[in-house]
Write a protein that binds this ligand. Structure first.
Ligand code: ATP
Ligand code: MG
Length: 451
């Protein structure tokens, strides 16, 4: 993309009403625009990041065996009356009446709808197990929408739903999703920690919220430092192997990690040595929950089990806040000059800054780099404006492109361009070909990771 042809409405002033860094930076960099309280348009730069996050989530969901589909945003109130949640949900639910006086609602989540689809279309145990998911906009009329897309009213969520014949099968589905989440967040360079969550009347310990640590997080968290250091890395595992998947889950859920909702001070003291105790704040980016027959029993989503006859299916649901993640990643990756995107989700892979726009040699070198990067499958943003170098650097620093190639007549005389890392600030002089080869080798494993 050439900057002169792009739509990047960068704001000169810092919006005064934005309280946290991600909100300020997203507004300043022209990633989002508020249209009403808690409702945002995704401008081109923000939309690119959103799509990159979606792509990673799709890949890892499918790798774990989940199947993509799409359900509507508007739902029938009758389904929610069947589960009993129509009244329980309260004022967070946006209720709508159509021209025939039918009660509808803008979905805050999809347990009822997917359970209805399942009960109408599946009746044999032979069709199990299944995990179905979609990525769709949700609406929750939050009392206090704030921090931009972090707590919005309309937001994009990945929600998956598992269907199994037995509890043991359902726990395997739960474990698959847990591991898929570890993979997903690790690919985004996030240190996400599964923390024990409330199961309410369902009971049991199969509910975890994934949080990243950030000073601006809304939850207080208590954890064993060890769990933050863990990583899957290139570890090979097979999602079909129950024991293997369960052991990864056990490894991550054994160390103490809880939010204020489930925190047990005495247990914390007993279980975690003083020097490893961490008290911090966190942002919830995902939630996994095994809830058995909570919806399938009242809604009669049943299958014929050869031994037990007609039984309600065992279910779980698994959410990821896709749009919240954009903000959460910025909270974890920024400095005083702007955002610093991890390569996996960056809106553009590399910035090309032409120090002397209009100089035939500099223009030619930039054009050939631009074409070369595109041919190598990379997504460059070429700052082809006739601006001062300082202004060009400031824009690229603000929007956080991880790599910058600076091209100027002086370097070209020696056959080199400058390659600069946004994160470390370190620069090196390379031939254009060597810069291109280095970038290709950085991005290749990020974009097509193995196992
Ligand atoms: P929270 O405690 O933050 O309100 P929740 O428990 O209501 O979240 P879930 O129902 O578990 O959220 O939804 C799954 C995911 O959707 C959450 O982990 C979060 O990342 C995201 N999410 C929930 N509410 C919002 C919101 N208002 N704006 C943006 N993302 C949200
Ligand atoms: Mg939650």
């Amino acid at each position: 993309m050439r900057l002169t042809k792009y739509f990047l409405p960068v704001l000169k002033e810092t919006p005064s009403d934005a309280q946290i860094a991600s909100h300020r930076l997203m507004l300043r960099a022209g990633m989002i625009r508020q249209s009403a309280a808690g409702l945002y348009s995704w401008l081109p730069l923000g939309y690119k990041v959103l799509r990159r996050i979606e792509d990673i989530v799709h890949e890892e969901q499918q790798r774990a065996g989940a199947i993509a589909m799409l359900m509507p945003t508007i739902q029938s109130a009758d389904l929610w009356r069947e589960s009993g949640r129509y009244d329980d949900y309260g004022q967070e639910m946006l209720r709508i009446t159509d021209r025939h006086e039918r009660d509808l609602l803008f979905g805050p989540t999809n347990e009822e709808m997917i359970t209805d689809i399942f009960r109408k279309l599946v009746n044999s145990y032979k069709d199990l197990p299944k995990i179905l998911y979609h990525i769709q906009w949700k609406f929750r009329d939050e009392i206090r929408p704030r921090f931009g897309v972090m707590r919005a009213r309309e937001f994009l969520m990945k929600d998956a739903y598992s269907f199994d014949l037995t509890e043991a099968d359902a726990i395997h589905s739960y474990n698959r999703m847990m591991v898929a989440y570890l993979k997903t967040f690790e690919r985004m360079d996030l240190k996400a920690v599964p923390m024990r969550a409330d199961t309410g009347p369902i009971g049991g310990d199969h509910s975890h919220e994934f949080l990243i640590l950030a000073e601006t997080g809304e939850s207080e968290v208590f954890l064993d430092r060890d769990v933050v250091e863990k990583s899957l890395g290139d570890r090979a595992f097979d999602y079909e192997d129950r024991a293997q998947v369960a052991s990864i889950v056990e490894e991550w859920t054994t160390p103490y990690a809880r939010t204020d909702e489930t925190h047990d001070a005495a247990l914390f003291e007993k279980q975690v040595p003083q020097e490893r105790q961490v008290t911090a704040r966190g942002i919830e980016i995902g939630h996994v929950f095994y809830f058995g027959t909570k919806y399938s029993a009242p809604m009669k989503a049943e299958v014929n089990d050869p031994e037990r006859g007609l039984v309600p299916v065992e279910m779980g649901s698994y959410g990821i806040g896709i749009s919240r993640l954009v903000a959460a990643i910025i909270e974890a990756n920024h400095d005083e000059n702007g955002m610093i995107w991890p390569e996996a989700v960056t809106p553009f892979d590399v910035a090309i800054v032409n120090l002397k726009q209009g100089d035939a040699q500099a223009d030619g070198a930039c054009e050939s780099l631009y074409a070369g990067l595109k041919a190598a499958g990379l997504d460059p943003l070429y700052d082809d404006r006739s601006e001062r170098a300082g202004a060009k650097f400031a824009t690229m620093d603000l929007i956080g492109i991880p790599w910058r190639i600076t091209v100027g007549p002086r370097g070209l005389k020696n056959g080199v361009v400058e390659l600069t890392s946004r994160r470390s600030g370190a620069s090196e002089e390379l031939s254009p070909e060597a810069a291109l080869a280095k970038l290709a080798s950085i991005y290749q494993p990020v974009r097509s990771p193995s196992a």
